[in-house]
Design a binder for this molecule. Structure first.
Ligand SMILES: [Zn+2]
Length: 275
């Protein structure tokens, strides 16, 4: 669909907020090689799944994740009896930036105990393509170890690319080591789907100005499939990468009104019969 085609690597690199000076530098340092690796990688599927759930599915995901997402985001979901997926960049715990303060390790334990899914977002929150294959594997291993220390018993987590940037060897590694990986390429997952570049739609004012949430939900009901939403902070005056409680609330209520099933990413993969 149109949104898919118009999302370029350059745009995805700036869609997700840098967390601190180091991360902004890392994104720039990726350079031309990283851009090419991303551009090629996003087009090559190492494995696919057939996404045709019996009932349309919505997953709500939070990247990084700011304290406001852990408090306000989870509150809104739980008020409607549903749960979300939180992509954890374990090297960012409690870090402050101009944008927000990242939640601490205690939030991972707490949210998990309340039924939310904790998933991988890189330890250092660096764009995959900006790291060598070896450095990427080490960063992912550190991220996974941190998550499993906090939430024992977890296995086969899914991953979300920081800044939406993949990289060819990194994507190949993910196809062998995680259950699925989420991009920031807008669209609904339906039919033959690249499991290492799942589409997702940003919940933010600027994103929804282009295509309103109601339109996404109506399209999901009409065509079927799996819509993954992502956002960052949840507050009255969100960053351009986040959302107000009102918009998030409307998305959840709008989906439930349409009889769309809301579930974390792992449960959605289960419902689609994807191992
Ligand atoms: Zn992120």
């Amino acid at each position: 669909m149109t949104q898919t085609e118009t999302t370029t690597p350059v745009r995805t690199a700036t869609q997700t907020a840098p967390i601190g000076p180091d991360d902004a530098t890392a994104a720039r340092d990726g350079g031309l090689l990283a851009r090419v690796s991303h551009a090629v990688g996003r087009r090559i599927a190492f494995r696919t799944g057939d996404v045709r759930p019996a009932r349309p599915i919505l997953s709500i995901t939070f990247d990084d994740f700011p304290r406001s997402a852990s408090v306000e985001g989870s509150r809104i979901l739980e008020a409607h009896g549903v749960r979300g997926t939180f992509y954890v960049a374990s090297g960012l715990f409690d870090r402050h930036s101009d944008l927000w303060t990242v939640a601490g390790a205690d939030a991972v334990v707490d949210l998990s105990s309340r039924g939310h899914e904790m998933a991988l977002h890189g330890h250092a929150h660096r764009p995959a393509a900006a790291m060598t294959a070896g450095a990427f594997a080490a960063d992912l291993a550190a991220n996974r170890a941190a998550l499993r220390r906090l939430v024992p018993g977890r296995s086969n987590e899914s991953y979300a690319y920081p800044y939406g940037i993949c990289g060819l060897p990194q994507k190949r590694w993910l196809s062998q080591t995680v259950r699925a990986s989420r991009s920031v390429m807008a669209g609904i997952n339906l039919g033959r789907t690249d499991l290492d570049f799942l589409k997702s739609v940003e919940i933010s004012e600027r994103s929804l100005a282009a295509v309103p949430m109601e339109a996404w939900l109506d399209r999901l009901v009409r065509d079927g499939g799996w819509l993954v939403l992502f956002t960052h902070d949840v507050c009255d005056n969100p960053t351009p990468y986040g959302t107000t409680a009102r918009i998030l609330e409307a998305a959840v209520a709008g989906a439930l009104d349409r009889d769309i099933a809301i579930m974390p990413v792992a449960e959605a993969l289960d419902a689609c019969g994807i191992a």
